[in-house]
Ligand binder design. Structure first.
Ligand code: AVJ
Length: 320
């Protein structure tokens, strides 16, 4: 089933985002408190993430951009012209033009749940590529999406950069990759960014930078809960922490309580003991075998794989 006409953000009579509220209340009720990472990305959080991509410690954006910049000839040879590029998430002003210039597509279809981001990205792109038809689609790309009829006859290339797939646990990642395959249809290819397993200190620094921007990104979630869900979580009692979990090959972001605290959110009360944490994000890292395994589990056959010059990040091309 597809999503035409679906209301993407449901609010109650008081204007509270109901999905946000239930995710937060459920998440804070668990023995290990955890809030889904998607709620980090309100306007302030999205701006903070943009700032993170500029940090000296945060290599993924620069590494992936280096690959997109340097391998244009190979992309063009393996993908060819005439495809519709379907980007999952509103495009980045740097990465998307690099891909589009490399492969000469016939159409560009950005998908995003946020209409505002989507329209901004679409008009940006249309200005840079005057002859290229752009068909933005406002949709939750975690589910199967109905693509615009205008591209019905074109083979598609899915584009999912940034190692956003790393935010998901394997089960959710496989669901998404399978839905992408159904969205994109027969003959589709997928170009997906996956960050690589590397030295723990390099990884932890990338998620706990010296300037404290990633900490602010994490604290912004608490500010958002306090503001939108009438919370009184004491921000001064919480510190940002990035942990490498080797068994799961992932960085976890946590908010660690520095003392025993009690607070309420939407009239429900919660307590945390000193040292207890709220888990706010996973960022899974991959190697050749685990990235291939994930794609294969969802019905994608890996075709090619490119790394940056320091072997930090991978871009993988797969075929449906
Ligand atoms: C946008 C999910 C790819 O996991 O590297 C960056 C988010 N969180 N620093 C990542 C993030 C903290 C980022 N992704």
């Amino acid at each position: 089933t597809t999503q035409k006409g679906l209301k993407l953000v449901e609010r109650d009579e008081e204007g509270v985002n109901t999905a946000f509220r239930s995710d937060v209340l459920d998440g804070l009720s668990q023995p290990q408190k955890a809030i889904p990472a998607r709620w980090l990305y309100d306007d302030a959080g999205s701006q903070l993430f943009e700032d993170i991509t500029q940090l000296p410690e945060y290599y993924p954006t620069r590494a992936e951009t280096e690959i997109l910049r340097g391998r244009a000839k190979e992309f063009s040879a393996m993908i060819g012209p005439g495809r519709a590029v379907v980007e999952f998430g509103s495009g980045s002003s740097v990465k998307t033009p690099l891909l589009l210039s490399a492969i000469e597509p016939t159409a560009y279809v950005p998908l995003d749940i946020s209409g505002d981001f989507l329209r901004a990205a679409a008009s940006d792109l249309a200005a840079k590529f005057p002859g290229l038809p752009v068909y933005p689609v406002e949709a939750d790309f975690m589910r199967k999406v109905e693509l615009p009829g205008e591209i019905d006859d074109l083979p598609n290339l899915g584009f999912f950069p940034g190692s956003t797939i790393g935010n998901m646990v394997a089960r959710t990642a496989v669901d998404l990759l399978r839905n992408m395959r159904e969205t994109l249809g027969t003959g589709a290819q997928l170009l997906i960014g996956m960050d690589l397993i590397k030295d723990e200190n390099v990884l932890v620094a990338a998620y706990d930078d010296a300037a404290g921007v990633t900490a602010e990104f994490n604290y912004n979630l608490v500010r958002r809960i306090n503001r939108e869900l009438d919370g009184d979580i004491p921000l001064d009692a919480l510190t940002h922490e990035a942990r490498w979990k080797d068994d799961f090959a992932r960085i976890e972001m946590h908010l660690v309580a520095g003392r025993d605290i009690e607070f309420s959110v939407y009239d429900r009360s919660f307590r945390m003991k000193s040292g207890e944490t709220i888990h706010t994000e996973n960022s899974h890292k991959f190697n050749r075998r685990t990235s291939n395994m994930l794609l294969l589990a969802a019905g994608w056959e890996p075709q090619a794989r490119w790394l940056d010059s320091e072997n930090r990040f991978s871009l993988i091309l797969a075929v449906a």
